[in-house]
Design a protein around this ligand. Structure first.
Ligand SMILES: Cc1cc2nc3c(=O)[nH]c(=O)nc-3n(C[C@H](O)[C@H](O)[C@H](O)COP(=O)(O)OP(=O)(O)OC[C@H]3O[C@@H](n4cnc5c(N)ncnc54)[C@H](O)[C@@H]3O)c2cc1C
Length: 377
């Protein structure tokens, strides 16, 4: 196994570092308009969607170069590459793989130019982990589908322009997985109503979305009718790999070490305490494993495979790590833990984020059945 980067990749890393040194101010010096100007520079470099094919407006970079780009940006505490995480992480790749030429022309440029905002409609009031039993009904009527039903936990539905929407087009299909389709639906279509759901930390990210006789043209369908499950499986693999990139966890760990450095335990700096050191070392080891696992997944993709069930390994690792990391931070904060700072927020919020994209139990099932080949439960 060769862990070294090629000369070309090392030169690219140097280019990214130089760009950051020339253009990225430290976080405390970033003004209100900073992200707009920063994104304009990234668009010019074609570093948003850097590994997407040039024919669709992407940068034509390799997957390893994109990994290097993200790694350096994360180390420098840069904002995300692009303004639409869902759009860039799973909607765009699904469009490139399954979209018609018209759909690619309509949606991809906006994704790459920070003009898009997507949300994702999978979960329903009675459907979460068991996504294959989704019920939102779309009935064909001439050149349209007419949609009735509801989605829930739809992150950013209140600000999104489009929803990546799973619907049931054929309730009588032989298998429940074969009657599902994906519709690329504008959120301003008449008949869509978005109602906010406020989370445990008092923020409004989720929504319930109601569909009443919503008409969407057949041309908005992504992939063939009834073959949406295939589209969704690919999108979920990309979602899980995007959510669980090790760079985000490396940032958390650095913050945690900083907190330990500045906290006291038993009358001495917490960083000198054996138990704290053991916990930090365990986190660091698992995050290093995530990074290597991410590179292993990339290697598979470079050889032509699509991201698949193996992305559940890092998603699970992230789920296992986040809550204990926040718990350690809370114990280091001592009396201050009753306030409402960044770590207190994380300690409450992580219980939700580990579920988004599929709960840890579901990742365990996927790893057992589809990666290790164990019998179904
Ligand atoms: C932060 C966050 C963001 C989200 N954003 C979106 C979004 O944008 N769009 C969207 O569509 N959805 C979104 N969701 C919903 C999310 O996908 C679901 O919450 C998740 O799939 C679990 O479904 P559920 O809540 O219905 O729980 P359930 O499926 O009812 O599961 C309840 C419990 O049972 C366990 N369980 C269920 N089935 C099994 C099994 N077969 N084996 C072992 N254990 C099992 C689960 O692990 C869980 O602990 C979001 C959720 C969160 C928390």
């Amino acid at each position: 196994m060769d862990f070294d980067f090629t000369e070309k990749e090392q030169a690219f890393r140097a280019e990214v570092k130089q760009f950051i040194a020339d253009n990225l101010p430290p976080p405390e010096q970033r003004g209100e308009d900073f992200e707009k100007h920063w994104h304009a520079k990234l668009i010019e470099k074609k570093w948003i969607g850097f590994s997407w094919p040039k024919e669709y407006g992407g940068g034509g970079g390799t997957l390893i170069e994109q990994f290097i780009l993200k790694e350096e940006m994360s180390k420098a505490l840069a904002p995300d590459l692009g303004s639409d995480f869902m759009g860039l992480t799973w909607v765009g790749p699904a469009l490139i793989r399954h979209g018609t030429e018209e759909q690619k022309k309509e949606f991809l440029p906006d994704l790459l130019n920070c003009r898009s905002s997507w949300c994702t409609g999978y979960s329903e009031p009675d459907v979460g982990s068991d996504l294959g039993s989704l019920k939102l009904r779309a009935v064909r009527d001439g050149d349209d589908y007419v949609i009735n039903g509801s989605k829930i936990w739809t992150t950013r539905a209140h600000v999104a322009r489009y929803i990546f929407l799973t619907v049931r087009t054929n309730p009588e299909a032989q298998s429940r997985y074969s009657g599902i389709s994906v519709l690329l639906t504008p959120m301003n279509t008449p008949g869509i109503e978005v109602r906010p759901i406020v989370n445990i930390v008092g923020q409004h990210h989720f929504n319930q979305v109601f569909f009443t006789d919503v008409r969407v043209p057949v041309s908005a369908r992504l992939g063939a009718e009834g073959e949406g499950w295939k589209v969704v499986m690919g999108a979920l693999a990309n979602e899980r790999s995007g959510i669980s990139e090790s760079t985000g966890m490396e940032r958390h760990l650095e913050k945690l070490k900083e907190l330990a450095r500045n906290s006291q335990k038993g009358g001495k700096p917490a960083l000198q305490d054996a138990e704290v050191r053991r916990k930090l070392a365990r986190f660091e080891t698992q995050i290093s494993a995530m990074r290597l696992n991410g590179l292993r997944n990339l290697t598979k993709q470079i050889k032509g495979a699509q991201p698949s069930s193996e992305t559940s390994v890092n998603k699970l690792l992230r789920g296992i790590l986040e809550i204990p990391m926040a718990d350690l931070a809370m114990s280091l904060l001592g009396n201050e833990a009753s306030g409402m700072g960044e770590w207190q927020f994380d300690a409450l919020n992580f219980h939700g984020t580990v579920i988004g994209g599929g709960s840890p139990n579901i990742q365990r099932n996927i790893i057992a059945e589809r990666v290790l080949g164990l019998p179904k439960d």
